[in-house]
Design a protein around this ligand. Structure first.
Ligand SMILES: N[C@@H](CCC(=O)N[C@@H](CS)C(=O)NCC(=O)O)C(=O)O
Length: 202
């Protein structure tokens, strides 16, 4: 078993943090996105979508998509639970994880993809769309600050995959100037708490 990874990219970090929380160790193989190694034919045989991370099982199965990889490990090692503990809780965690993906993570990622020098000439960029995503992400942080007024973690009283997605989405926003403001005390309190967990360094 191994995971195709790129340490500087946000989606692979989601899986690394998830595994650190679970206490699971898997060997990593780096695939360099900066040199477009993930777009070469050898890697496209592993994941035709070209994205990272990808989990390779011992039987040769390849599982792409960060949440699908997390789902596999949640099944293999349910404790500590990071994706909910019963039908109601699993649905709530999924609701929040999807919100963190669509409303935060994909907004900060699209802001970067559409405005950064890194992707210039590599993908079609629409800087105006990047600005729309940046402003949307800034608004979403205001919303999340309010949401966190009455609970410890994103999906309730227990740390979950939704916290991982939010943490990494927000951290990745910094390169595009998307930051938690000093007034957002609830969000800052949450961010300090999740960032100080050892898993955040994964
Ligand atoms: N939905 C996928 C997204 C995978 C993805 O786009 N990964 C990025 C890294 S954060 C990537 O590989 N980008 C380089 C590229 O698409 O060429 C997931 O959740 O794993």
């Amino acid at each position: 078993m191994k995971i195709y990874d790129f340490t500087q990219a946000p989606n692979p970090r989601r899986v690394r943090v998830f595994l650190a929380e679970k206490g699971i160790q898997v060997p990593y193989q780096q695939v360099n996105i900066a040199t477009a190694e993930n777009r070469k034919p050898e890697f496209l045989k592993i994941n035709p979508m070209g994205g990272l991370p990808v989990l390779e099982l011992d039987d040769g199965t390849h599982i792409a998509e960060s949440v699908a990889i997390c789902r596999y490990f949640e099944g293999q090692k349910p404790d500590p639970p990071l994706m909910g503990v019963d039908a109601r809780d699993r649905a709530i965690v999924e609701m929040w994880n999807r919100r963190m993906e669509f409303e935060i993570h994909s907004m900060t990622a699209s802001a970067f993809r559409n405005t950064s020098e890194f992707f210039k000439g590599r993908i079609p960029q629409v800087p105006e769309y990047g600005e729309i995503c940046k402003n949307a992400a800034i608004k979403r942080l205001e919303w999340l600050d309010q949401e966190l007024a009455n609970r410890e973690f994103i999906a309730g009283s227990r740390y979950s995959i939704a916290d991982i997605t939010a943490l990494i989405g927000i951290d990745f926003g910094r390169v595009s100037g998307i930051k938690i403001t000093p007034e957002q005390k609830n969000l800052q309190r949450w961010h300090n708490a999740v960032s100080s967990r050892p898993s955040a360094k994964a």
